[in-house]
Design a protein around this ligand. Structure first.
Ligand code: SF4
Ligand code: SF4
Length: 464
């Protein structure tokens, strides 16, 4: 096969495959590292503890697939409410667009599960295997009891955390307390076992081994986020005008001595980078905006006595000495749509009826003529109580003349989050006009007249 003219991308051996180089990120301290640590604690705290939180005698957040009910604190969502979940997903996507246009990859840096769990797995690696230098040395060293002990303890902690993560994940879909009992008794169901192991394995593999490769090769957001960037988007950039030409120098050398820029070429910004890139080569799609290079370079600048900010959050316009516009058409369009959708979502949620009604006609008989000449139709009325209270409902029927219900004025008790089917007979007086007609069912909570729902149905009758 002829190798195409673009073969310049091939390596010296003619191969297009670039072997993966393990990255050993150096530990870094600073204001952004502290923010990231805080984000990890908050997000993982919420993730691991939320399923254990109870509200009104049930799990506060539970996506109960078996019962087809989603509990989100006081909200109980039914299959009919799935529009809200779709709405939420649209809101989440738009928020991503809005914040990316405004401040770059904030999601990747602080909130993406891949970043958050990788951070924790890295902490474990540091605790068990030591600093960056120690880890490089350990990997290069031949196997020994000490190396085995360090590697084994890391694996043990990694696997433990991954399994706990998988278990917590399942706990969002299956009540976590009974799940714990089943786990301890060894009676976990096949699906629960599968998802526990699957999610645990995904966490272990992604955060322990794949790490930056997920961001580089697997994450679609990394590919299209640049389409949301413009010259006014906040990005992490190396100020090449100030930093170049770079070069080593003695400590205490005043800035710009001998024509050198402020970059002392210490490579700390590269060593701390979790994706292994050199930010001094310009904006790259691999950069997840974690700001570790800012903290590292600021520490170096402090050491050599130069002003901080050689690597900083800035915009392309600012670097070009032009005015930066935070409020620009793209941001305003995203922001307006987001605000409208979020407002609509909250309004629709607040106005969501706490009761729903469904009426199904008995399909086995069209109608029945009683001895006294009345026409009778049979219906199954289903009352769905979406509220958090057990309620008594009154059921009435109207329309198409003089109608009576059997049972008359039924008092239907429906538990919170339950559906109660009631079979009723609707009778129309004989002297009513002949033919079918539309009738209206209505349920009203006896404790609150504002809690009601109605449903139309057809009453069938002979044509005359
Ligand atoms: S950390 Fe700062 S000074 Fe050191 S190489 Fe990077 S940009 Fe240059
Ligand atoms: S270049 Fe800087 S901000 Fe980007 S991923 Fe690397 S360390 Fe993080």
């Amino acid at each position: 096969m002829t190798v195409p003219a673009t073969a310049s991308a091939a390596g010296a051996d003619g191969s297009y495959y670039q072997a993966h180089q393990k990255i050993y990120p150096r530990e870094v301290q600073g204001r952004f590292a502290r923010s990231r640590t805080l984000a990890v604690w908050v997000l993982l705290g919420v993730y691991y503890l939320l399923p254990w939180l109870d509200l009104h005698g049930r799990q506060a957040v539970l996506f109960d697939l078996r019962e087809r009910k989603f509990y989100v604190f006081a909200l109980v969502m039914w299959p009919q409410d799935f529009i809200f979940l779709t709405w939420l997903l649209v809101l989440a996507a738009l928020s991503l667009f809005f914040f990316t246009a405004l401040a770059g990859r904030l999601w990747c840096a602080y909130a993406c599960p891949q970043t958050v769990w990788t951070e924790v797995f890295l902490w474990i690696e540091r605790i068990t295997e030591g600093t960056r230098q120690a880890r490089i040395k350990l990997d290069a060293a031949p196997w020994s009891p000490a190396k085995l002990a360090r590697k084994a303890s890391k694996q043990l902690l990694w696997i433990g955390l991954a399994l706990w993560t998988g278990f917590t994940f399942v706990g969002f879909f299956s009540p976590i307390r009974p799940l714990t009992t089943s786990l301890l008794a060894g009676t976990l169901g096949p699906w629960e076992s599968f998802w526990l192991l699957f999610y645990g394995f995904a966490t272990y593999g992604n955060a322990g081994y794949l790490r930056e490769q997920v961001c580089k090769y697997m994450c679609p957001y990394a590919r299209f986020q640049s389409a949301m960037f413009d010259q006014d988007t906040l990005v992490i950039t190396y100020d090449s005008e100030r930093g170049e030409p770079r070069g080593a120098r003695r400590r205490g050398t005043p800035t710009r001595t001998g024509g050198l820029g402020d970059c002392i070429d210490c490579t700390w910004c590269v060593q701390v980078c979790p994706t292994g890139i050199d930010i001094r080569q310009g904006l790259q799609y691999e950069c997840i905006s974690c700001a570790a290079c800012i903290d590292a370079c600021d520490a170096i600048m402090d050491r050599v006595g130069y002003p901080r900010g050689l690597i900083r959050y800035t915009t392309q316009h600012a670097l070009d000495h032009r005015a930066t516009h935070v409020l620009r058409p793209r941001v305003m369009v995203y922001g307006t749509i987001l605000a409208l959708l979020a407002g609509g979502f909250l309004l629709a949620l607040a106005l969501r009826p706490p009761v729903a009604l469904d009426v199904i006609r008995d399909r086995n008989s069209l109608y029945r003529i009683l001895d006294d000449g009345r026409v009778e139709n049979v219906y199954t009325v289903k009352i769905l109580n979406k509220s958090e209270l057990n309620r008594h409902f009154a059921l009435v029927v109207s329309g198409a003349g003089n109608l009576t219900l059997d049972p008359a004025e039924p008092d239907v008790v429906v538990g919170s989050g339950e559906v109660m089917p009631v079979v009723v007979r609707v009778r129309r007086d004989a002297y009513q006009p002949a033919g079918s007609a539309t009738i209206h069912f209505r349920v009203t909570a006896r404790d609150d007249a504002g809690v009601s729902a109605s449903h139309d149905a057809r009453l069938l009758a002979p044509a005359g």
